[in-house]
Design a protein around this ligand. Sequence first.
Ligand code: AMP
Length: 296
Amino acid sequence: MLLCTGNYKLAMKVFEKIVDLQNELFLVRKEGKSVGLVPTMGALHEGHASLIRRSVKENDVTVVSVFLNPTQFNDKGDLERYPRNLKADCKLVEGCGAQYVFAPSVQEMYPEPDTRQFEFPPQSTVMEGAKRPGHFNGVCQVVSRLFYIVRPNRAYFGEKDWQQIAVVKRLVDYIGMGKTLKIVECPIVREDDGLAMSSRNSLLTKEERAIAPNIYRVLKESVEYAKSHTVEETHDKVVADINAVDGLEVEYFEIVDGNTLLDVKSWDDSDYVVGCITVYCGKTPIRLIDHIKYKA
Ligand code: AMP
């Protein structure tokens, strides 16, 4: 067990080793207790906290994994820049009432390179799957490992990463855990000005942080616009309005069926229509994702 916080004394336990966590969870399960898992990459904020609190409410014990998974980063600069602060993460997790943090090293998670390949088209191949080759394969590698290690009853994922949930649901069935493990989808948490909370927001300069809320502003406005315009017109307006903001550049915006993630051509194509967007913000640039529901 690792006591990571210097002077600060934690009531909750922090594990670095798989075997230590599993020994603990063996005892938990022997008592018939349920286990919730919240997978994260650290630099935790209120968005993560909402998942953790929900798991604490719905399970006897909650494990929060804090692992910056290298295999899901296709851009090594993005990985190097990614914020890290285990000490602050532990405090936040404890404040939410969870019992365990699992913070393994890369060597602990991947004693050998993971050569498994996961593909769940169309969910894993469109949008983020097309723009970040290998990203969802890495997500599936780490999430499946976490599921095997923790064997949770429920695992919590945020709608912030809309596409990730669709991929993880396919993964759970694929690895044969569909009947014993429930994927719990949690709503997106936003800043007061509408910006979707994200660990990457801390990398924004003051100027970039000031323009970033335009993404959600335009998405929200487009819901009203969509009522009297076609899918194509709505798409084009969102892209044009965001690109009109100096410092923002849309990488993609797709209006899709919320389950298959395939493009819809008309509002009548589906009862469940979502717009998914990725925008580059500023000079670095920082990649921000968001979404809006048109029909739910
Ligand atoms: P990450 O640390 O970015 O991998 O995120 C870990 C989990 O927290 C994922 O399931 C995310 O979707 C979720 N999450 C991150 N940001 C938010 C947010 N603003 N609202 C809700 N869930 C979030």
